[in-house]
Design a binder for this molecule. Structure first.
Ligand SMILES: [Zn+2]
Length: 202
C-alpha cells in the first residue's frame, strides 16, 4: 500500500491518497484536491474507489462535492454524517458565509474494526472520538491516518467544537499510541511523525 500526501487549500489541512502497490486504485482521504487534480497528481490512477473521511469538519471535506458529483462513494462514521450538510456542525459557519457542504453523497458508514480492501491489503477503521464524536483513524500495515486526533509534537485536536469531548480524546490518543511504535502517523495538520516519537510527549 502506498500513501501520497497533498497540501492544498487555505486551511492548512493535509489530504492523502491511499493507493494499491501498482498505484492504479486509490481512496482519497479528507480531500482538498478534486478528482481531476488527484488523477493529474497520480497519473497511473485508473480508479478512485471512494473518499475516506477522518471526520466531518469543513477543512477535511473542501473538495468533497466534486467527488459526490462523480458518484464516488463517501466513507464516514455515522456520528459525523450530519456534518456533510450542516455548516454549523462542520464549523464552516465560523469562517465562511457560504457553508461548505456536500449534499447527495452516497454514504458508507465506517465503524470500529471494519476493514476496507485496497489491492491485496486492508485498512482497518478505528473509532477514535473526542475531536468530534465520529472521528476515526485509518490503520494500514505501515502507517495510520489520524485526522485531527493525534498531531506531531504531542499535539491533539481541539475539543471545543460541536460534539467534541476532552475525556474521550484522551482515551482515543491512548489507544492510538498503543499501536506499533514503528507506524508512521499521517495527521490532518502538520508534518508526519511516528507512534514511538509521540509516546515521548505523554
Ligand atoms: Zn477537525
Amino acid at each position: 500500500m502506498k500513501i501520497y500526501s497533498f497540501h492544498k487549500g487555505g486551511y492548512a489541512s493535509n489530504s492523502y491518497a491511499v493507493c494499491d502497490d501498482d498505484m492504479k486504485v486509490c481512496f482519497a482521504v479528507d480531500p482538498a484536491l478534486t478528482p481531476a487534480e488527484m488523477r493529474a497528481a497520480v497519473p497511473s490512477l485508473s480508479e478512485i474507489k471512494g473518499v475516506l473521511l477522518t471526520h466531518g469538519h469543513f477543512d477535511h471535506i473542501l473538495s468533497l462535492a466534486s467527488y459526490v458529483s462523480e458518484d464516488i462513494p463517501v466513507y464516514i462514521h455515522p456520528n459525523d454524517m450530519d456534518m456533510l450538510t450542516d455548516g454549523y456542525k462542520n464549523a464552516s459557519s465560523l469562517v465562511s458565509i457560504t457553508p461548505i457542504t456536500a449534499y447527495g453523497a452516497s454514504v458508507n458508514e465506517v465503524l470500529d474494526g471494519q476493514k476496507i480492501a485496497i489491492g491485496d491489503e486492508k485498512i482497518t477503521v478505528m473509532h477514535t472520538p473526542g475531536h468530534t464524536a465520529g472521528s476515526v483513524c485509518y490503520l494500514a500495515d505501515s502507517f495510520v491516518i489520524t485526522g485531527d486526533t493525534v498531531f506531531a509534537f504531542g499535539d491533539r485536536g481541539r475539543t471545543d467544537l460541536y460534539s467534541g469531548n476532552e475525556a474521550e480524546i484522551y482515551r482515543s490518543v491512548e489507544r492510538i499510541l498503543a499501536l506499533d511504535g514503528e507506524l508512521t502517523v499521517y495527521s490532518g495538520h502538520g508534518p508526519k511523525t511516528k507512534i514511538t516519537d509521540e509516546r515521548k510527549y505523554y
